[in-house]
Design a binder for this molecule. Structure first.
Ligand SMILES: Nc1ncnc2c1ncn2[C@@H]1O[C@H](COP(=O)(O)OP(=O)(O)OP(=O)(O)O)[C@@H](O)[C@H]1O
Length: 485
């Protein structure tokens, strides 16, 4: 079964007012600045396999020996936010973090796995059939690729009229007049009404899409990477038009983009997404000038800079994004976080923990050449291991990976925890020299360090959710990072 819910045909309400669909039709008005849409605990999980037994796996160690949903892709996993009427909420994050899935689930193109989507107070998660179809006039979507979302056989006028026809809005003459009017509103010419999409440039095609989305008079538009396929010089023009239309029609946008400069241009507030979670949400200025989540900081620092002298300081986002099938416990970013918090049970100095954290990452990613224990101590710890129990564990881990001490560490790894939670293994660079060296056991060292330190950190034990004091503006600043405990 597909997750996709198709918009069924076009039975219109014969008693309805045919000139206004969308916002005005629902009769529920939300004033500018008040909550238009609220997403509460929203989840969207995908089964990896299709078919009757998708998501069902066998586990002989339990009774009954089946587990449902174990292999599901947690594309959106407990997302909460609200969008006010008239604002643009930017949604940013790396490819695959769940932005599109979130947008499509809000639109109810996908059925949520759990949670609520309140639009003007009504839960869209509950809607289906005709009630959902009617709502679609109020909530529209614009996609990234203006080429493929326009039927090349249809004339532009008909493309713009199609949603009006589907919702029984106006008569033929009225629809034509409205389509021509909208063409002008989006910065095209009413004479373009009879042209086919291939006659238009990418930017113009996206304008046709805008006119199409606006035709049914929506309140809310999910814009999924609408300018990503356009030349940079055209992007700003389309964004400006979108802002003008927002003003004129009182529109509210959820604007999805991976490009931070686009997000900065258009957003009022910005939500940063990582591995199915929103990790930070704040007013635009606050987010860009006062980021409080290490992932946001890393994203901002990875913006390309023209000055080559600054390049070395960039690119702090190390390691791969873990699999959304088995995401890390606690904070999703912890496996890559340069500021992972020290576990409480050891007495660390900041320096000792920083050294140990760097060593842990290097062992996990196998990023150093095999060397002796003394060389490892010098390279990662300045010749001085942490004191106390932590130092003992570090020494054992070094024994696992040192070329001269392999025997001393043999068997230690077997004592280390159950490893119930994987770190998804995707970070492992797999240095071939190390793997081939008889004394080097990367896996045992990694497991010892992860189990003793990384998994004992509050970052692994609790999911963070804090509000921090904004420095720029007055809106609440949400940061899902235990550094703000
Ligand atoms: N229909 C599907 N079935 C299974 N997994 C899916 C499906 N759609 C998306 N995913 C997975 O869900 C996760 C989130 O994908 P999504 O497309 O929402 O991310 P994104 O942030 O929009 O990325 P991009 O910017 O590349 O589009 C990814 O791991 C993706 O592989």
């Amino acid at each position: 079964m597909s997750d996709t819910v198709q918009d069924p045909g076009s039975d219109r309400d014969p008693d309805g007012d045919r000139s206004v669909i969308g916002s005005e039709m629902s009769g529920e008005d939300v004033a500018h600045g008040e909550t238009l849409l609220e997403v509460d605990g929203l989840k969207k999980y995908f089964s990896q396999e299709s078919g009757l037994l998708s998501g069902v796996s066998l586990d002989p160690s339990q009774f009954p020996p089946i587990e449902i949903g174990r292999n599901r892709v947690k594309a959106v996993d407990d997302v909460n936010f609200e969008i006010r009427r008239g604002e643009t909420l930017g949604l940013v994050g790396e490819s695959g973090c769940g932005k599109s899935t979130l947008g499509r689930t809000i639109l109810r193109l996908l059925k949520p796995t759990d949670g609520n989507i309140y639009f003007k107070g009504q839960d869209l998660a509950d809607l289906s059939g005709e009630a959902l179809r009617q709502k679609r006039a109020e909530i529209q979507m614009i996609f990234q690729d203006p080429q493929s979302s326009l039927d090349p056989r249809m004339k532009v006028g008909r493309i713009i009229e199609e949603p009006m026809r589907a919702h029984g809005m106006l008569d033929d003459e009225g629809r034509e007049a409205r389509a021509k009017d909208l063409l002008e509103k989006v910065g095209l010419d009413s004479r373009h009404y009879n042209r086919h999409p291939h006659a238009f440039s990418g930017g113009q095609r996206q304008r046709v899409n805008l006119a199409r989305a606006l035709s049914v008079n929506p309140d809310f538009i999910v814009c999924d990477e609408p300018v990503s396929a356009l030349d940079v010089s055209i992007q700003a023009q389309v964004l400006n038009t979108m802002e003008e239309l927002q003003e004129e029609f009182g529109l509210t946008y959820l604007f999805i983009a991976h490009d931070l400069s686009v997000i900065r241009h258009i957003s009022d507030r910005v939500a940063v997404m990582y591995l199915g979670n929103v990790v930070e949400l704040a007013e635009k200025e606050e987010l860009f000038e006062n980021p409080q989540h290490p992932y946001t900081e890393a994203l901002l620092e990875s913006i390309p800079v023209p000055d080559p002298r600054q390049r070395d300081a960039r690119g702090v986002l190390e390691g791969e994004v873990p699999s959304p099938v088995n995401p890390p416990s606690g904070c999703r970013f912890r496996t890559r976080c340069p500021r992972l918090i020290a576990p409480d049970e050891y007495a660390w100095t900041d320096e000792e923990w920083a050294h140990t954290r760097a060593f842990l990452r290097a062992v996990k990613r196998r990023t150093f050449e095999p060397m002796t224990a003394a060389e490892i101590e010098a390279e990662f710890f300045g010749g001085e291991l942490p004191t106390g129990d932590a130092g003992e564990i570090v020494r054992r881990a070094i024994d696992h990976v040192a070329t001269d001490r392999g025997d001393a560490g043999a068997g230690v790894g077997a004592e280390t925890g159950s490893g119930t939670e994987t770190e998804s293994g995707s970070d492992t660079a797999g240095g071939p020299e190390g793997v081939g060296h008889p004394n080097v056991d990367w896996a045992d060292a990694t497991e010892l360090l992860l189990e003793s330190f990384a998994r004992q950190s509050i970052c692994a034990r609790e999911r963070p959710a804090y509000e921090v004091e904004p420095e720029y503006g007055t809106e609440p600043h949400f940061a899902a990072c235990h550094l703000h405990r």
